[in-house]
Design a protein around this ligand. Structure first.
Ligand code: URP
Ligand code: ZN
Ligand code: ZN
Length: 469
């Protein structure tokens, strides 16, 4: 099967030109002006943007958490992703305590089997190095294409690890070529604050934020940075939400240390006051770190613009309000933590980043596709439009109107964080390795088309790309 995408405005992290993109099989094989080639399928992209498929480096599909399981499994989550122009994501395998990494990875792969609509890789979330996985086993994961380790510094009594586990994992990563990711919050301090709040009878959703002050995120971010320095490992701080966490990352990057950070779409738009919504509606916005005071939103826009933060993910971890979030109706600490967003990252960042003049189109592509691909060993296969890259392509209509709503979105979740938001600019045709996934607002591919992607060790594909350039 060959596809010719004709006359679109091709936008990568570095380029912006009008041209034709020819796809032969699964890869891009030719790019040029007015290409004189025959193709099985011609897509007229005049007046449209031709973007690389977006890469979401942070999702949780079919994940047991908070006494329930996320409402989106691989099929429904990836369906939502495809409609939103995301063609590859990296999900978290959560190692159950007492389980080996191999068993955990097998379980996660089995959950995805036959359901995949887009390509995906895995990070390994380490919870137990004593009775479960060993340091030796951890060191072997990059050979299987799992080239990032995630550690939770919060969620005491559940996923949280102690500093010894964090530091030993960093030491392994320094040798094995993995990238260490941290959920940076001080879980011990938060646990005290949560217990105190509940003892005072403070049970509503807003106390989720009030017991996780931004200083606890700032402290843990700085601790992780300093420990990674000692261990000699690269570090990626996930879901940065506030100035207190941006600051230590900015300092580290200024010094040239191997530290990167991401924020997530929701932190630009949802602030603390959303948690105060009456009738338990605030529970829709219970995710971690929590929505912050609005002043942080400008800090985050500035950080993504200036490369203090290098990626925008979704942290899609969807729980329906009815029946799942309501588990915590009488106790905010029992509300499953997580929010949806896989479908709307490109919509929201294009509208409020690019159209509002905060980001260039190139920078948007860099934040949503190229940098996640580079940092997580997928580049140049993913994250750009270049000869030899996978033909993961979004033909994006910059004038297409769309109103975001739970009544039309493709996730299983019963609410949308951005309900009613009107955006101009929407994916029109989405291709995965040359196969049309979405067209005319319809899913035209079947589950099973997506693949597990083995990712390169941290920095390896970057070195290879630099050698070619
Ligand atoms: O609330 C969130 N973010 N849930 C997903 C797990 C995590 O902390 O990333
Ligand atoms: Zn987290
Ligand atoms: Zn997460």
């Amino acid at each position: 099967m060959s596809v010719l995408i004709k006359g679109g405005r091709v936008i990568t992290a570095a380029d912006d030109y009008v041209g034709d993109v020819y796809v032969d099989g699964e890869r891009i094989s030719l790019i040029g002006e007015s290409l004189d080639v025959e193709a099985d399928r011609v897509v007229d992209a005049s007046g449209k943007y031709v973007l690389p498929g977006c890469v979401d480096p942070h999702t949780h599909l079919d994940m047991p958490f908070g006494g329930t399981v996320t409402i989106d499994d691989v099929e429904s989550g990836q369906r939502a992703a495809a409609f939103g122009g995301t063609t590859c994501h990296v999900d978290f395998v959560i190692q159950p305590q007492g389980t080996t990494f191999a068993d955990a990875l097998d379980d996660w792969k089995a959950k995805a089997d036959g359901k995949q609509l887009i390509d995906m890789g895995y990070h390994m979330a380490i919870t137990d190095l004593r009775d479960g996985g060993s340091l030796e086993e951890l060191a072997g994961l990059p050979d299987q294409g799992v080239t990032s380790y995630k550690l939770f510094m919060a969620y005491k009594g559940a996923l949280m690890v102690d500093d010894e586990t964090l530091f030993r994992s960093m030491q392994v990563a320094a040798d094995s070529g993995a990238l260490v990711m941290v959920h940076a919050e001080n879980g011990d301090a938060i646990d005290v604050l949560v217990k105190e709040a509940l003892a005072r009878g403070e049970t509503e959703p807003k106390y989720h934020a009030l017991t996780r002050p931004p200083e606890t995120e700032g402290e843990a971010t700085n601790r992780a940075i300093q420990l990674a320095r000692v261990a000699g490992s690269p570090l990626y701080v996930v879901h940065v939400s506030c100035a207190e966490a941006v600051e230590p990352i900015a300092i580290a990057r200024e010094k040239g240390w191997n530290v990167w950070g991401e924020t997530c779409t929701q932190y630009f738009f949802v602030d603390y006051t959303f948690l105060e919504r009456p009738n338990f509606e605030g529970a829709k916005f219970v995710y971690t770190p929590p929505p912050r005071d609005k002043a942080n939103q400008d800090v985050l826009w500035n950080a993504v613009r200036t490369d203090v933060l290098s990626a925008i993910s979704t942290d899609h971890c969807a729980f329906s309000w009815d029946g799942q979030k309501t588990l915590g109706r009488d106790d905010f600490s029992k509300i499953p933590n997580g929010g949806p967003g896989l479908e709307n990252r490109l919509h929201m960042i294009h509208e409020f980043g690019v159209r509002s003049g905060r980001l260039t189109l190139n920078r948007m592509v860099e934040l949503l596709a190229t940098n996640p691909a580079k940092l997580f060993g997928l580049y140049p296969r993913k994250g750009t439009i270049a000869v030899g890259s996978d033909a993961d392509i979004v033909v994006f209509d910059p004038d297409g109107k769309h109103t975001i709503s739970a009544s039309t979105h493709h996730s299983n979740v019963d609410y949308n964080l951005y309900e009613g938001t009107e955006v101009t600019g929407t994916p029109e045709v989405v291709l995965l390795r040359g196969n049309v996934l979405v067209e005319n607002d319809e899913l035209v591919a079947s589950p099973g088309i997506g693949q597990f992607v083995k990712r390169a060790r941290f920095g390896e594909e970057l070195k290879a790309a630099a050698a070619i350039a």
